[in-house]
Design a protein around this ligand. Structure first.
Ligand code: ADP
Length: 215
């Protein structure tokens, strides 16, 4: 992680150093303002990218105290996540379908951390459906494994097998503005709570993420 982080942050920093050098030259040579503006804008964008990476990493370096966990109503967490994302989903023509099992057993969790995971999955589903579609959120109890399972299912682009293999790697992203830390951080959080995340996908049909949480 440290090596990838150094690489990810070094790239934008080198670009910024280059841009500012060019801007300096333009100013010294009293060239047109356009040049300077282009370099400064580019440097600004790259610094924003570096800042995004650092802020995502801050989430990571905030390890959870296992003592903070409380028995949690997973359906309530889903409602909270939808509250903050519903408008955004609607603007992207995404219809939300909820199949929430009532009276689920309550796994011991740190609520904010689970919210962070589910929001990540919901926003990834949104990004995968640029032309809209259906997002299903399902909760179930598996009594054999004694775990609550949360399913986040979309009708998006789907994920090719070679991408699935790298999905949870830090900094792996196919998005121009992506940090590639969402799933990496999410998997860490779920594992901290003793659970796991699974993914299945058919290209062109969508992706299904399942979060398994032991009770
Ligand atoms: P980011 O969203 O910043 O790219 P993530 O770690 O959350 O980082 O996701 C990594 C990559 O996994 C995404 O760039 C995308 O290619 C792929 N991905 C994640 N969720 C989905 C999904 N629901 N459908 C299709 N691809 C997905």
């Amino acid at each position: 992680l440290a090596a990838s982080l150094a690489h990810e942050i070094n790239n934008p920093l080198q670009t910024v150093i280059g841009c500012l050098g060019l801007a300096e030259e333009s100013i010294a040579e009293a060239q047109t303002d356009d040049d300077v503006e282009t370099y400064v804008t580019m440097a600004h964008e790259e610094l924003k990218r570096a800042a995004r990476i650092v802020s995502r990493l801050r989430d990571l370096s905030r390890p959870t105290d296992p003592g903070q966990g409380v028995p949690t109503d997973v359906n309530e967490i889903i409602e909270d996540v939808l509250k903050v994302s519903r408008k955004d989903l609607k603007n992207n023509r995404i219809r939300v379908v909820q199949q929430l099992t009532t009276n689920l057993p309550q796994p011991v969790l740190v609520e904010d951390r689970l919210k962070q995971v589910l929001l990540n999955l919901v926003l990834n589903a949104r990004d995968a459906m640029p032309n809209g579609g259906e997002l299903a959120l399902i909760t179930e109890y598996n009594d054999v494994a004694n775990e609550v399972v949360i399913t986040v299912d979309d009708q998006g682009t789907g994920i090719p097998q070679d991408v699935i293999d790298q999905l949870f790697d830090p900094f792996f992203s196919t998005k121009t503005e992506g940090s590639g830390l969402g799933l990496f951080v999410s998997r860490n959080i779920v594992q901290e709570q003793g659970g796991r995340i699974e993914v299945e996908s058919t290209v062109g049909q969508g992706a299904t993420f399942k979060v398994h949480l032991p009770v």
